[in-house]
Design a protein around this ligand. Structure first.
Ligand SMILES: [Zn+2]
Length: 239
């Protein structure tokens, strides 16, 4: 395990915050699946849900004393689903669909071939969040915890995203969710327009960013999914 990863796992910032303590019960998530330097594509989401840690078949290890097992469960997150032949949580299923050319039919499997994945886009696509801490309040997940607390979470956790971007230098980024789009706008002083590709410099590298807002119940319409898939191909081809 990387020292940096260990640092994220042990981070207590959000748990020490009185404003936040009631909505954060579990540990930060470094990444879902493996991330490697120079990946063609990464997805940056808003934050993990605590569902990942709950229930008998929860995909993430919730043992507070076993950091290595927890790291392993996060890195092997998608692998586990594939091995069990189960389908992903709707959230990840939705994003997987953006990289799955089946949705476009006619155009074949251009994104799949370009990324070089076999069964799942997550073999090649990295996934980490702006806020590393999973949240839930009595009303629900992230969107229900209120603007003030959301901003505090973002302030506490954003340093890790910045370092991950520096370290892994992804070539293309899918910014998923309004808060992530807003964060990139501020951080990089660029304008993120929904559905459009933004070119920018990130740590001296040319990077393309596609900003996609989330839909209620993780359900983009078919034309939207086709649009996103085409944009992803455009990004991959323009290198
Ligand atoms: Zn945090």
């Amino acid at each position: 395990m990387l020292d940096f990863e260990r640092e994220v796992h042990k981070c207590h910032k959000c748990k020490d915050d009185e404003l936040l303590i009631s909505v954060v019960r579990y540990f930060p998530v470094y990444s879902f699946g493996e991330i490697k330097p120079g990946m063609d594509f990464v997805v940056v989401g808003v934050n993990p849900s605590d569902q990942e840690y709950e229930g008998q078949d929860a995909p993430l290890n919730a043992d507070p004393h076993n950091l290595v097992a927890r790291s392993e469960s996060q890195r092997g997150y998608f692998r586990k689903y594939l091995e069990r032949g189960e389908s992903l949580y709707p959230y990840f299923r939705e994003i997987s669909g953006f990289f799955d050319d089946q949705n476009r039919g006619f155009f074949g499997d251009a994104v799949k071939r370009k990324l070089g994945y076999d069964k799942s886009p997550w073999e090649k696509v990295g996934c980490f969040d702006l806020v590393k801490c999973p949240t839930r309040c009595s009303e629900g997940q992230w969107t229900w915890i209120g603007e003030k607390r959301r901003q505090t979470f973002i302030r506490n956790c954003e340093q890790y995203l910045r370092r991950q971007l520096e370290e892994y230098k992804p070539r293309n980024i899918l910014a998923y969710g309004r808060d992530v789009g807003d964060w990139f706008e501020k951080y990089l002083k660029v304008e993120c327009i929904e559905w459009e590709i933004t070119k920018m410099k990130l740590n001296n590298n040319a990077v393309r960013l596609l900003f996609v807002t989330q839909r209620q119940g993780n359900k983009h319409s078919k034309p939207e999914v086709i649009w996103i898939n085409r944009k992803i191909l455009e990004m991959l081809n323009s290198e």
